[in-house]
Design a binder for this molecule. Structure first.
Ligand code: M6R
Length: 592
């Protein structure tokens, strides 16, 4: 789950590769590297541990008009200069995104033939194999090499004395870009936004050869094939912080527009969705991390509005549990990037088993949308911060609308439960301006652990609040159903622990207040984020009460999520963390 980019044209390839790597950096920032082919056919490589910016001073040393680059999220081998890509073998430089599952046996076989390795990566094995298979034609060598690879790969390679880029793809995405006398290849569409007129998405098993004369695409047997080109309509992702100190804060402030645009975009797909869901009697929602948490809210919407049985699984669990699926099952695959390996594979599995697959994603033309019967857009706009904020709220908005639409078409539906979404952009704006999380952030920053509590839909958001806080602040945190705390976790509560209860359902408020009382009576610190008046009365003076504006229970996740996202952001800043690029993480997790 790294980002890879290639450029062949007339410009300075190092600059083009660097620009692409900046756009791809959300896929990993453990190291970055580039290889450029000079006019006299020599390859120069620079690679450095750490962020893409670390490469900048070295790029002036590599000149040429053809190049490849890589930004890494470490899987095999720690972040280091040696493990950074490109890997070089013979006169070939290679970048790889994916995981080679049989690399250990391939490596042993190569070592037995006398090869030595400079890195601990699975990818260097591919470079060595390529060099071994190279008999003067890079594409033939690539076709030969991929035959023995098991796992996932997007590969780009250049070779000394040959002005071309060889590309191969299996289970990791590759997009080709066609410009004016210049060509690109990249891990994803956003990396090419604004760079070229047309793009083309490679399929599994495809091999491509980019030369100054154009791009040829082949199947694994090197027979030429045609892949559809389409206009490159992606909006150029602005790397401008717009005056904000971090993307996370900027993106929090983009939430109202994300909600509004997602609702607008839904109008364009509601008829198609209606027909796809015709006859469906069971809903399954799958996703990873934050997207899974959005699915948990979606499950409640389908159950409450449409009275249809709904389940929500992490995509990684769903794939391996031999799920019960019929042709009357609809699987909603939720993913900001549309590239998360487990979610994409869960969707593929569900489709194979006969389910209707609905992609709920922020990236149109992503791998997920190519599998789905229908795509419900999350129109949150590009999200650069690794921590998902506006996309999560966009996902909840989209799932809410899907559930309301489904309920309206069904016989058991009860849309009376659903609150109007129209007012939400304004409410989100108000929440951003009003909810004051700073004191609580200071409390969390000093704590030994933070326990987010909630019931029903508040519990779904509690899980997300916990994930967000631990992800950007590195403070231990858990999300719990309020009623479960006393069944074990209460043992962790002492004067250094903080409990944060989310209370947005008046009918359940008293019960959750009891859980807060249990924390207070064990000497723990407590805070509540609520819009329920009685909670304020019950806990004021004993717990920190963060008031938010009034809204119906089912739309409250939009409000409570903004509060917990803001809390996570402020805690991270207090602790001096970089909320945009938390350690060890990447935004798009394209490996299993
Ligand atoms: O692109 P996806 O929505 O499929 O990504 C899934 C998770 O990796 C993602 O939501 C992750 O949990 C977030 N970065 C958390 O903020």
């Amino acid at each position: 789950m790294c980002g890879i980019i290639g450029y062949l044209g007339k410009k300075n390839a190092a600059d083009e590769v660097f620009c692409g790597l900046q756009r791809l950096e959300y896929r990993g920032y453990d190291s970055a590297g580039a290889a450029v082919l000079s006019a006299d056919g020599k390859i120069s490589v620079v690679k450095k541990q750490g962020r893409v910016d670390n490469l900048k001073p070295y790029l002036k040393d590599i000149a040429g008009a053809t190049g490849i680059g890589h930004t890494r999220w470490a899987t095999h081998g720690k972040p280091s200069d040696a493990n950074a890509h490109p890997h070089v073998a013979g006169g070939i430089a290679l970048v790889h995104n994916g995981i080679i599952e049989n690399y250990a046996e391939l490596k042993s076989a190569l070592e037995a033939c006398g090869e030595t390795f400079l890195s601990e990566t699975d990818s260097e094995v591919i470079a060595k194999l390529l060099s071994k298979n190279f008999k003067g034609d890079l594409i033939c060598a690539l076709a030969e090499t991929v035959k023995v690879l098991k796992g996932s790969y997007a590969l780009m390679a250049i070779c000394e004395g040959n002005n071309s880029i060889a590309v191969a793809k299996y289970r990791s995405s590759v997009i080709l870009g066609y410009g004016e006398n210049e060509y690109f290849c990249a891990s994803d569409e956003p990396a090419l936004a604004g760079k070229c007129k047309e793009i083309c998405v490679l399929d599994d098993g495809d091999i491509a050869c980019i030369t100054p004369d154009g791009i040829e695409i082949y199947n694994g047997n090197l027979q030429r094939i045609i892949r559809e080109k389409k206009p490159n309509t992606g909006a150029e992702q602005s790397l401008d912080l717009g005056g904000y100190p971090h993307y996370m804060l900027k993106e929090l402030h983009e939430i109202p527009v994300a909600v509004e645009n997602t609702a607008k975009a839904f109008e364009g797909v509601s008829a198609k969705l209606k027909s796809a869901l015709n006859g469906v009697d069971r809903i399954i929602l799958v996703g990873c991390g934050t997207a899974y948490h959005a699915g948990l809210a979606g499950k409640r919407y389908f159950e409450q509005f449409a009275r249809v049985p709904a389940e929500c699984d992490t995509a990684g669990e769903f794939r391996y549990k031999n799920p019960v699926i019929t042709e009357r099952t609809a699987v909603f695959a939720v993913s900001q990037s549309g590239e998360t390996a487990d979610t994409v594979e869960a969707a593929r599995l569900a489709r194979g088993l006969g389910a209707k697959v609905i992609a709920v994603t922020n990236v149109l033309n992503s791998a997920l949308t190519r599998i789905a019967d229908v795509t419900v857009p999350v129109s949150a706009g590009p999200e650069i911060c690794v921590a998902a904020t506006k996309s999560y709220i966009g996902q909840i908005t989209a799932l809410y609308l899907c559930a309301v639409g489904f309920a309206k078409n069904g016989s058991n539906g009860n849309c009376a439960f659903a609150d109007g979404l129209e007012a939400m952009p304004k409410l989100c704006k108000k929440t951003l301006a009003q909810v004051n999380t700073y004191s609580l952030a200071n409390m969390c920053a000093l704590s030994s652990g933070v326990y987010f509590l909630g019931r029903d839909i508040d519990y779904a958001v509690a899980l997300e609040g916990s994930l967000k806080l631990k992800e950007v602040s590195y403070i231990h945190s858990e999300g719990y159903p309020a009623g479960e705390l006393k069944h074990g976790t209460l043992a962790l509560i002492d004067e250094n622990a903080v409990a944060v209860a989310l209370i947005f359902d008046e009918t359940l408020a008293g019960k959750t207040v009891c859980a807060v009382e249990q924390v207070l009576s064990r000497g723990g610190k407590a805070a509540v984020i609520t819009n329920v008046e009685s909670v304020k009365k019950a806990l004021s003076g004993r717990a920190l009460v963060l008031e938010t504006c009034a809204c119906g229970k089912f739309l409250s996740p939009l409000v409570s999520a903004i509060a917990v996202q803001k809390l996570a952001y402020e805690t991270a800043v207090i602790l001096g963390r970089d909320p945009d690029k938390p350690r060890n993480l990447a935004k798009s997790v394209t490996v299993e």
